[in-house]
Design a protein around this ligand. Structure first.
Ligand code: PMP
Length: 426
């Protein structure tokens, strides 16, 4: 049996360092909220493979659907010979994605690819080539999505300038002094200084920023963005790769924003651990690209489609949206209690079960506390809890626990986090 240490050594010889790794652990198996490493040690998983496991590791219904599909068909390439699970999933998503208008859906493999395609579609539909994205945004690691991503290091540092025609607006964040008015004004500044609105194809926004720190926009802000887009014929793209698939207590976070995007991207938890992503949008917009302009060899694989159809069923059968809200409430309450004892926790926030805390030195919002955040993540791991950080200054602890978590496991996780803060700040 290899140890974590031995495997980490082999990894450093075989895999480029650019593929970072948060925890020096090799996983061997997993079940719902628990993971066991190669040495047999058990961990409680509050990371969910970065927002991929809303239905938990290896949900029995998802595995059953995948096993059944595996016996029938694993690949034909949808553009060569189509298959029904792809179609069925698109029909369901056309209903589920917010927006009271006819929709069409394209399936791809990763979140980055979904965002790339969303922008391509917006460009084709508007015959324009500018895009507005936000500070702190994360939209992927492909070349164009790196332009959209609002954090240079580590994502695009050292690779030269990324493709052009992307303009950066301020993401509203009251905690750090950016009001909704400031954010809207930053878009008007782009229109005045950088690019006319009639050259902007799309505004791309995460309704709740994921990697950027779990900051949520308000419905009032989203309404203003919608109005701006309508006034200038700009496509509003909601990137729901991290906030979607039930994490925020509605299947898509935009359902809580009171307005609909023209184009929505999704990925991660949509297929319960299998690689699937997609783009849903206004039917006429989605048809802007001619046959052959969309797709990919593995895009919407039958296996991943079967998994996604099962995930959607599990959400209904297990009432997981209601569970997301209950999990979110329990986490918020527990974290607020820890924050009362530790002034370093300057904010407890989130939508549904997309919950985070932000750490500051002396509780001062101008002094992000990355060192303490890293220490809590490391201490928690030593105590058997897998956590993730995020945010522009690495000072946000985010929780993406499966929504299928048991109450006792939430309590166990919170107790470990409390212990870590007690030990790290004494
Ligand atoms: N958009 C958002 C909002 C994301 O959180 C991510 C992944 N963290 C992506 C896009 C990219 O997804 P992928 O890693 O599957 O390419």
């Amino acid at each position: 049996m290899s140890t974590n240490k031995e495997l980490m050594q082999r990894r450093s010889n075989a895999v480029p360092r650019g593929v970072g790794q948060i925890h020096p652990i090799f996983a061997a198996r997993a079940e719902n909220c628990r993971v066991w490493d190669v040495e047999g040690r058990e961990y409680l998983d509050f990371a969910g493979g970065i927002a991929v496991l809303n239905t938990g590791h290896l949900h029995p219904e998802v595995i059953r659907a995948v096993e059944e599909q595996l016996k029938k068909l694993s690949h034909t390439c949808f553009q060569v010979l189509a298959y029904e699970p792809y179609l069925e999933l698109c029909e369901i998503l056309n209903q589920k994605v917010p927006g009271d208008f006819p929709k069409k859906t394209l399936l791809v493999t990763t979140g980055s690819e979904a965002v790339e395609n969303a922008v391509k579609i917006a460009r084709a539909a508007t015959k324009r080539n500018g895009t507005i994205a936000f500070t702190g945004a994360y939209h992927g690691r492909t070349h164009y999505t790196l332009s959209l991503t609002g954090k240079v290091a580590p994502y695009s540092a050292g690779m030269g300038l990324m493709p052009g025609h992307v303009y950066r607006a301020l993401y509203p964040c009251a905690l750090h002094g950016v009001s909704d008015d400031d954010a809207i004004a930053s878009i008007h500044r782009i229109f005045k200084n950088d690019a006319a609105p009639e050259d902007i194809a799309a505004i791309v926004i995460e309704p709740v920023q994921g990697e950027g720190g779990f900051y949520a926009t308000s419905p009032a802000f989203m309404q203003r963005l919608r109005d701006l887009c309508d006034e200038h014929g700009i496509m509003l793209i909601a990137d729901e790769v991290q906030s979607g698939a039930g994490r925020t207590g509605t299947f898509f976070a935009m359902e809580q924003m009171g307005v609909a995007a023209d184009i929505t991207t999704f990925a991660k938890s949509i297929a319960g651990g299998f690689p699937l992503a997609g783009v849903t949008g206004r039917a006429e917009v989605m048809d802007a690209i001619a046959p052959g302009g969309l797709g990919g060899t593995y895009a919407g694989s039958p296996i991943a489609c079967a998994a996604a159809l099962a995930v959607i069923k599990v959400f209904e059968q297990d009432d997981l949206l209601q569970k997301a809200n209950a999990v979110g409430d329990a986490l918020r309450e527990g974290l607020l209690a820890i924050a009362e004892k530790h002034r370093e926790i300057g904010d407890v926030r989130g939508l549904g079960a997309m919950i985070a805390i932000e750490l500051f030195e002396d509780g001062d919002a101008h002094k992000p506390h990355a060192a303490l955040t890293a220490e809590i993540v490391a201490r928690a791991r030593d105590k058997g809890l897998i956590l993730l950080s995020c945010g522009p200054y690495y000072n946000v602890l985010r929780i993406l626990v499966p929504l299928t978590v048991e109450k006792a496991q939430i309590e166990q996780g919170l107790a470990i986090i409390a212990e870590c803060f007690d030990e790290a700040t004494q």
